[in-house]
Design a protein around this ligand. Sequence first.
Ligand code: BES
Ligand code: MN
Ligand code: ZN
Length: 475
Amino acid sequence: MATISIKNNLNTQSNVLVLTEKFKNEFGLPEKVESYILEQLKKEDVKSLQYNYIGKLINILIIDTKTGEHALNEKIRKHAAGFCDALNASKKSDVYIYNQTKIDDLSLAAAEGLCLSNYQFIHHKTKDKKGLNSLKSVYIANSKINNAKVDQLNYVCQATFKARNLVNEPVNVLNAIGLANAFKQMGKEAGFKVEVFNKAKIKQLKMGGLLAVNAGSVDEPTFSILEYKPAKPKNKQPYVLVGKGVVYDTGGLSLKPTPNSMDSMKCDMAGAAAVGCAMYAIAKAKLNVHVIALVPATDNRPGFNAFAPGDIITMMDGSTVEMLNSDAEGRMILADALHYAKKYKPALVMDLATLTGAAVAAIGTFAMVGMGTADESIKKKIHTAAETVNERIAEFPFWDDYNDLLKSDIADQKNIGGPYAGSITAGKFLQKFTDYPYFHLDIAGPAFLSAKDSYRGKGATGWGVRFLFDFFKNL
Ligand code: BES
Ligand code: MN
Ligand code: ZN
């Protein structure tokens, strides 16, 4: 990962990204270069320019600081991501951010875009090592930004990379036990407690949903409890996060087709990765909040004892589910975790889950679907965090009418709702296991991309880490 730091010795020998409303040559470019740049920038529609001066890349982005804050930050992140590619293509190892506007924090957006787009997942390649990114250092020049903000940005970028790594790792490398071990390692590194329940303990607790999904698997399930509790936290009641940890989703006996479906289902623990890695950033930054993350984890396979459509499952809370599609497995394992969360008397529970194809069909890969019972003041904070980091939420209705679609003739509810409103019926199913302010986030669309999208990259995006960190930072 490229490290972000503050350093003020920008000169003509440096690669530089200039953020400006009107370019001024403040770092000693020769007159010839300066006049060329000014000439180019005079042309209408030229809002950015890249110039190669004695082998150093000068990249200038003209911005209008009157643009809304969120949109402006995102524009800068994306532009910086493009420049990151250029820097790596020219094998540059460092870059300065020079901000000529009055808004200091814009430098952070540029650093974030440069840093996040510098991600690579290539450690399984044994031969072609040439493609290794060269960029190592991102320097913020000429700004009044304090070190604490830079540290936080480094932590959140590191945590995003950790989440991407976990998601990109296939199930033959990372199963439920591997995921729990990764959390233990992160807890040690960042300073939070991790307790992992094994199959015997999960049985003892009667987590029927998690055990049902795990029944067709040869690998044991895990239930991880991550807890970060500073000495005097701001909140009396903890915030609880829940992450879907389906380390691989074949669909079970309701088997998925392979192309464009099962082939990307190593991503089905992206919610788990997001909450676990958000904990990492929160603990690293020593945010003064008490947060707990719960991760039920298993693969979903059609092995010998696999749960079968038609089965009736008794969940941890004692309620029964007529399980009619083994591919609706996420809600089965999340339900037990949501029930388990009750014991904390939480101020809020948020779950992140790659839960439904219906969410992707409805809004695509640019946002997550959200819904819940949390009150408007909490929801406002949730949306603000989401807008700030551009991990946005399309909030869906959460009317009780949708409960009708989950009615079963022979059990308390079914695990599928029918052809319409699939994301909402999944949310309503989960709501039955809550008794606290609740917000459900379906990240099936943005968690894993089949094509590169700017600083989010291709494959795992680490979606949710930046959102969660921002939410807790501003509480
Ligand atoms: N893991 C999938 C959802 C998913 C789809 C994640 C696309 C990422 C990208 C989930 O377990 C699933 O299979 N959901 C079913 C539910 C249905 C059977 C009610 C779906 O959406 O088809
Ligand atoms: Mn599924
Ligand atoms: Zn799934």
